[in-house]
Design a protein around this ligand. Structure first.
Ligand code: 2AM
Length: 177
């Protein structure tokens, strides 16, 4: 079985802007440059045969290129405890449209459609229990913005567990436009 997800890889200048935000939060396990991505659709564990069907379906997705900018920083929490820190992006409309096409393609490969609402974000850190506070970072970086960057492709990633956390390898790239 392999664990898959579909994501957009931000370009190097955007990643370096994100890396510059990292630090100063107790219990934050910051993402490395290699790990930074914007998930379009989490797939999860599938067998090799299904993975090939997913790849074939994703190759049929047609969508124009579009531009995104970084937009704000936030946290996910569970029961009042921060679980992750993330950077937002805008606008959401082209991402939602592409997410829908990717989701439909994955359904054609025989997988269940996504049930959760799609909430675009780039995870910056996962939080250990009892970590934080995160508010100072959110306040200082809350107005994060960037020049627009062009999204020229999206990618199928395989996630595996390495000694230092998740390792994400690109399985395939799908051009836009
Ligand atoms: P996260 O960064 O918000 O945790 C690889 O694990 C990618 O898939 C990550 O971006 C992760 O989102 C996302 N992911 C992991 N498990 C998921 C799930 N059950 N539902 C949606 N996305 C998930």
């Amino acid at each position: 079985m392999i664990r898959l997800f579909v994501a957009i890889r931000p370009p190097a200048p955007i990643r370096s802007q994100l890396l510059d935000l990292m630090g100063g939060v107790r219990g934050a396990r910051w993402q490395s440059d290699d790990q930074l991505h914007l998930t379009l659709r989490f797939i999860g564990e599938v067998d090799r045969h299904t993975a090939e069907d997913v790849h074939a379906a994703l190759e049929s997705v047609r969508h124009p290129r579009f531009a995104l900018s970084l937009s704000g920083v936030g946290a996910f929490d569970r029961r009042g405890q921060p679980t992750a820190l993330w950077a937002g992006v805008s606008p959401h409309d082209p991402l939602k449209a592409l997410h829908k096409k990717v989701d439909q393609a994955i359904a054609r490969a025989g997988l269940e459609p996504e049930r959760r609402a799609y909430s675009p974000h780039i995870t910056l850190a996962r939080m250990s229990r009892g970590g934080g506070p995160v508010q100072p970072l959110i306040e200082s970086a809350g107005n994060l913005s960037s020049p627009p960057f062009e999204v020229g492709d999206f990618r199928l990633y395989e996630s595996s567990l390495g000694p230092e956390g998740a390792v994400y390898n690109v399985v395939a790239r799908y051009p836009l436009g």
